[in-house]
Design a protein around this ligand. Structure first.
Ligand SMILES: Cc1cc2nc3c(=O)[nH]c(=O)nc-3n(C[C@H](O)[C@H](O)[C@H](O)COP(=O)(O)OP(=O)(O)OC[C@H]3O[C@@H](n4cnc5c(N)ncnc54)[C@H](O)[C@@H]3O)c2cc1C
Length: 442
């Protein structure tokens, strides 16, 4: 049996999760279970895969299992942008059809999420707010010009917003210019993910706090998933385990575990809102990707996200000292933008782990006989996880479609990483170099 070494171990301080009421007691994996399909990982990818399997086979027994509570992993602790435009690196792809396929897939994910939110009344601050891509100094402005060229090439709509107009929305004159693109949606990720988990079809059984620590195949060709107090036997296994896919022995030397971090404030008062002139419900990502993301939620909390760490042992790679230093860096970024809010403290600082690859290629497909995986979304997994999970289920049941062809044509094999210690050294140096170069945008 493949024994997993590292299990998810996210910190207990995620603001999004803390803002929700306590969930009901979880159901855990107990005893010997047989399933027609098992899905490991209840983030965007796994939830979407399990739902789609149930749509195909309403009579099948589908088990969706997660090591933690639903919404405790990266899907519930991100910045809550559901993006339509692909990542900067994907936007630079030379083939326009590749980019149009990515756009189409992301937009289909947004439509699916919107449909589910409306059908099941999921309260998650879902908002068609669009997104600002903001520049502070010369470096950011150069990135913005480049971004503008990419949008022109694609024929995508956008609006250039200058400092004064930005100030009227963001309540800060920190940014010299931004490009506003209308297709992005914002949400409260923990609320959305919990809502998706609670509205799954009846034949999906959710098992939480049930880490799978071993995987093997029996003589009949079934997969055996070993838990602490039980085992699942299934002919078909879908992995929505993002970076933890490595722990099952797959893509081991191809995925890179990266953590990024966020801090937020309590909801601002009416007086604080008018003191800054800030409006509620917007999101800004940095023109230079190593810069700072800022969000204002519908319930008026300000969020700062920056800092990347290479985390070979996931959450436990980051010590308390490092976490405190990150919080101080967040504070610096906050005060640079909102000196008038120096009396407003952060209430939560948290991190989350996701997968990137050196060639920015996403993996999607059958990874071993009867095992299907969507892994490596390069840090923009809300839309990607949703669509790739759904299409992974289609692939597993043999339901072909134009979208399945599209996702297969835009995904591939993440490139091989050099061995340690060169890998860690290289990634750390690159992250530090990017942070230093981008210091004006932080
Ligand atoms: C601070 C931060 C901000 C971000 N901002 C954004 C954003 O604004 N927009 C965006 O699109 N993306 C953002 N991301 C990235 C995004 O969160 C991820 O890309 C996305 O959540 C990946 O979804 P997933 O379903 O593939 O994997 P995950 O959400 O990582 O889900 C994997 C699940 O597998 C479970 N699991 C793993 N191993 C096991 C095991 N052995 N047994 C059982 N269960 C297991 C985990 O507990 C986890 O719940 C951000 C990430 C962070 C950390």
């Amino acid at each position: 049996m493949t024994s997993l070494v590292n299990l998810p171990n996210d910190d207990t301080n995620c603001g999004w999760y803390a803002a929700l009421p306590n969930p009901p007691e979880p159901r855990r994996l107990q005893g010997e279970q047989s399933a027609d399909y098992a899905v490991i990982g209840a983030g965007f990818a796994g939830l979407s895969a399990a739902r789609r399997l149930a749509e195909h086979y309403p009579q099948a027994r589908i088990l969706l299992v997660d090591a933690q509570r639903i919404a405790y992993g990266a899907s519930g602790r991100n910045s809550g942008f559901v993006i339509d435009l692909p990542h900067k690196f994907a936007l630079e792809h030379p083939d326009p059809r590749h980019k149009q396929r990515l756009l189409g897939l992301n937009r289909s994910a947004i439509d699916q999420l919107q449909g589910l939110i409306e059908r099941h009344g999921i309260e998650c601050q879902w908002s068609h707010a669009g997104k600002y891509q903001g520049a502070v100094g010369e470096r950011g402005l150069a990135y913005l010009d480049h971004f503008r060229g990419l949008l022109d090439n694609l024929g995508e709509p956008y609006r250039v917003v200058e400092r004064d107009e930005l100030n009227g929305v963001l309540g800060t004159n920190h940014y010299s210019r931004a490009i506003f693109t209308p297709g992005c949606y914002l949400m409260q990720p923990a609320a959305l993910v919990r809502g998706l988990g609670a509205s799954l079809p009846e034949n999906v059984e959710v098992l939480e706090e049930s880490p799978i620590s071993g995987l093997e195949r029996d003589s009949a060709g079934n997969w055996l998933l070993q838990g602490n107090n039980g085992v699942i036997r299934t002919p078909k296994l879908l992995l929505g385990t993002s970076i933890f896919t490595r722990e099952f022995g797959y893509l081991r030397n191809r995925l890179l575990p990266v953590m990024t971090f966020a801090s937020w404030t309590r909801p601002l008062s009416d007086e604080e809102m008018s003191r800054t002139g800030i409006q509620a419900d917007w999101g800004l990502t940095p023109a230079d990707h190593a810069g700072t993301t800022v969000r204002m939620t519908q319930d008026r909390r300000l969020i700062i996200r920056n800092t990347y760490k290479h985390v070979p042992r996931y959450g436990s790679s980051v010590s308390e000292t490092v976490r405190r230093k990150i919080q101080q860096d967040h504070r610096k970024a906050f005060l640079a933008r909102y000196p008038q809010l120096a009396d407003v403290a952060f209430t939560h600082t948290w991190g989350g782990t996701y997968a990137i690859s050196r060639n920015f290629t996403n993996f999607f497909g059958e990874i071993s006989e009867g095992v299907y995986a969507s892994a490596c979304d390069n840090g923009v997994g809300a839309a990607w996880g949703t669509i790739s999970g759904r299409l992974l289920a289609d692939l597993a049941v043999g339901a072909g479609s134009q979208q399945l062809d599209d996702i297969q044509s835009v995904t591939g094999m993440p490139s091989l990483n050099p061995p340690e210690p060169f890998l860690g050294l290289g990634v750390r140096t690159r992250i530090r170099w990017a942070a230093w170069n981008s210091r004006s945008e932080l």
